[in-house]
Design a protein around this ligand. Structure first.
Ligand code: NAD
Length: 356
């Protein structure tokens, strides 16, 4: 895969203990990369990262990316060839409870990475993960394109879009003049998959209830999400890392990574599909919730297909089957988690429609 590009490459992953970061760390470990991971000490309970014991397989560092000097010394010491920047305060709801922390991590943290690379004296590719929420919500139905306006209102969206402004400024003012540094930005929406125990996300909340035969409380049955599997999106990030090293035209580009199905599925429709995969699961709908619900922005991902040959390979049914199968296998035999997750990646690769 990727013509062995990642074998022995020095890769730095920020946010490596999070939902996406753990899967990316595992995948890159299986591809033979030499990984340094930096994250703050936040862990979900349980934590996929801890269960996989990845701290023993990589250089695992606990560090706050808003602390510039510490970050700089890690980058200088680990000398990465590639950086995947995923560290972020990832929850919209939490951004209302703690806006300052959200801004520090999402905006200042990203600026710190850019500032470190401005002074970096070695070749490096930087893949920056932002969000579909970077786009200014123009209340339009067509999918948002990479050239659409950015701008957000809630603290999470605003912190991500301001990070994007900083990226553009650093690129145009410094990094595009530096032949050693190349960067790309990846915007994706909500992803699902096994190994996620983050609170206030549908699948983790559902599984936590169903595994103890409880009914799931559903607050927003008709809200929609761009349901896509975490491995589909990570595959896109890995293609970016690989192609950026070969194709200088990608330098400074932004890519959307969204599902390729036309229809937007509602929570209730998703639950009905899940019930076919996991018979007996139950839910009850609570009305008049005051829970914050952000509006869905649909992404147009045709640029990723045209330039990267990337498209989601799993349709919604398969995405949900992959997700539910992971949790059921895990709860049946938690000790086998490393094999279960590694097999998920191998099985995903078999499903790939376009292969880089
Ligand atoms: N999960 C999604 O559906 C989704 C959707 C769109 C965008 N994103 C973005 O993708 C990235 C990864 O998402 P995720 O779901 O894995 O998030 P997550 O919350 O599961 O993990 C976040 C990671 O960042 C680390 N982190 C947080 N603050 C930090 C700090 N100040 N210093 C160092 N590390 C810090 C955490 O320790 C963790 O490793 C985030 O930037 C998120 O905003 C995620």
């Amino acid at each position: 895969m990727f013509h062995n590009f990642y074998k022995n490459k020095k890769v730095l992953i920020t946010g490596h203990t999070g939902f996406k970061g753990t899967w990316l760390t595992l995948w890159l470990f299986l591809l033979g990369a030499k990984i340094t991971g930096i994250s703050n000490s936040f862990y979900t309970k349980p934590s996929h990262f801890k269960l996989l014991k990845l701290n023993r397989k990589i250089k695992h560092l606990s560090l706050d990316i808003s602390k510039m000097e510490l970050l700089n010394s890690v980058i200088k010491k680990s000398k990465p060839d590639i950086i995947f920047h995923l560290a972020g305060q990832s929850m919209v709801k939490k951004s209302f409870l703690n806006p300052l922390e959200t801004w520090k991590t999402n905006s200042l943290g990203t600026i710190n990475i850019l500032e470190c690379l401005r002074k970096y004296n070695k070749k490096c590719s930087l893949i920056i993960i932002t969000s579909d929420k970077s786009y200014k919500n123009l209340e339009i139905k067509r999918g948002y394109k990479e050239t659409d306006l950015i701008g957000g209102e809630d603290p999470y969206s605003a912190s991500k879009s301001s990070a994007e402004l900083a990226i553009q400024s650093y690129f145009k003012s410094f990094l595009n003049k530096d032949k050693k540094i190349k960067l790309v930005v990846a915007r994706a929406g909500n992803v699902i998959g096994g190994g996620d125990w983050t609170a206030d996300r549908l699948m983790p909340d559902a599984v936590k209830s169903w595994i103890v035969n409880k009914s799931l409380t559903v607050r927003n049955p008709i809200s929609t999400r761009p349901w896509q599997h975490v491995l589909d999106v990570l595959y896109g990030y890995l293609i970016l890392g690989y192609l950026l090293s070969k194709n200088k035209k990608l330098n400074g580009e932004v890519f959307n990574f969204g599902p390729n199905y036309k229809k937007n599925y509602k929570v209730i429709e998703v639950l009905k599909i899940v019930k076919k995969i996991w018979p007996g699961v139950k839910w009850r709908i609570i009305k008049n919730s005051s829970f914050y619900e952000s509006k869905l922005l649909k992404l147009n991902s045709s640029k990723a297909f045209k330039k990267l040959r990337w498209k989601t390979s799993l349709n919604l049914d398969v995405t949900l089957k992959f997700t539910i199968d992971w949790y059921r296998k895990f709860y049946k035999n938690p000790k086998k988690v490393f094999k279960i997750s590694s097999d998920s990646i191998k099985n995903y690769i078999k499903e790939l429609k376009y292969y880089n």
